[in-house]
Write a protein that binds this ligand. Structure first.
Ligand code: APR
Length: 308
């Protein structure tokens, strides 16, 4: 039997995620939104591409959580996207309400699922979803690092004129502004990135990565990024539903790792059928560790503001 995936929020990110996942051809998908007609229309559109692209994934759109029952995995993209000039944190109050309501419905209808949260500010929203769900921490994970790392690798590959596939590297910490770059763990097919790029230039690329979301918001004006976020989600969904045991940077709940406790922060984790199967405790320098702690403090602040 195919896996069942619910994507909550049939907006830009939810639509991109659903389409990419349908094309992977191993899961049936339920797209749900509060807006009537939107998930139904998007689902039908994606379904009608199936004979051309060649997949048999079933996809339905709905406004009724009963249709999501028994999902193996639920992705939460619902909420308000960041508008120009708006920080991720401005979204907190708006999205707190949405995530609380949505998570309650998910738990009621899919008590055994794994939840991936995308809604910003993602680390805090992931912590909120975990709290509301009552799930163990391994079954609630946030997406941020996979996207930021993809942006980082894209810019590095462009800079060096090498294939995207040959850049290995990732960033930890909070999504976007709070990210913790790790040039020490970045390489071109194993050769350290610092052998190829001068420190100043590397810093510029890191800064562009940090501002990666804002750069797109400023260009699009009417919304935020969705193609790369959708792709990042599907990489995580594959890791879980195909039990790939991928090692990816995601927002996970820390209980003493890196000297941080009681908060969701972007770290390297092993992602498989059990969700967050392991937190990879990397060796960090004092400076890197300080940045990661700053990220954790920023999430704690939001968690306090939300009163959870
Ligand atoms: N239940 C279900 N869907 C909801 C709810 C809710 N309570 N509240 C809002 N939505 C839906 C909206 O109707 C909309 O269709 O969530 C969808 C969000 O889609 P977009 O506005 O297109 O936003 P998108 O660009 O997809 O971004 C999704 O990802 O980048 C983050 O923080 C960003 O929250 C945003 C999320």
């Amino acid at each position: 039997m195919r896996k069942k995936v619910t994507v909550v929020g049939a907006g830009q990110v939810g639509g991109s995620c659903a389409r990419r996942l349908a094309e992977r051809d191993y899961a049936d998908i339920v797209l749900i939104d509060i807006v009537e007609g939107l998930p139904q229309g998007k689902a039908l559109d994606i379904l009608q591409a199936a004979p051309i692209v060649n997949y048999d994934s079933d996809i339905i759109g709905t406004n009724d959580y009963a249709d999501t029952a028994g999902s193996d995995l639920v992705v939460i993209t619902s909420g308000s996207p960041r508008k120009p000039g708006m920080s991720r944190d401005d979204l907190l109050a708006v999205n707190q309400k949405v995530i609380t309501a949505v998570t309650g419905e998910i738990v009621k209808h899919s008590p055994d699922c794994i939840i991936i949260v995308v809604t910003n500010p993602v680390d805090a929203m992931t912590q909120l979803a975990w709290k509301v769900s009552g799930f163990p921490t391994n079954r609630v994970v946030g997406q941020g690092g996979v996207l930021d790392s993809a942006r980082y690798r894209t810019f590095l590959a462009q800079e060096l004129g090498v294939s995207m596939r040959d850049i290995t590297g990732y960033v930890l910490g909070g999504h976007g502004d709070q990210m913790v770059p790790l040039p020490r763990y970045t390489s071109v097919s194993g050769k350290p990135i610092t052998d190829f790029i001068a420190p100043d230039r590397l810093e510029e690329i890191i800064q562009r990565t940090r501002d990666g979301g804002a750069e797109i918001v400023n260009l699009l004006k009417l919304g935020s990024a969705y193609e790369a976020p959708g792709a990042a989600l599907v990489e995580m969904i594959d890791a879980i539903l195909l039990d790939q045991k991928r090692v990816l940077p995601c927002a996970a709940y820390l209980e003493g790792e890196y000297g941080i406790s009681g908060v969701y922060v972007g770290v390297l984790i092993q992602l498989g059928a059990g969700g967050v199967e392991q937190i990879v405790d990397l060796d960090l320098t004092a400076a890197e560790s300080a940045l990661l702690n700053q990220s954790a403090d920023a999430v704690r602040e939001l968690v306090d503001v939300m009163g959870i």
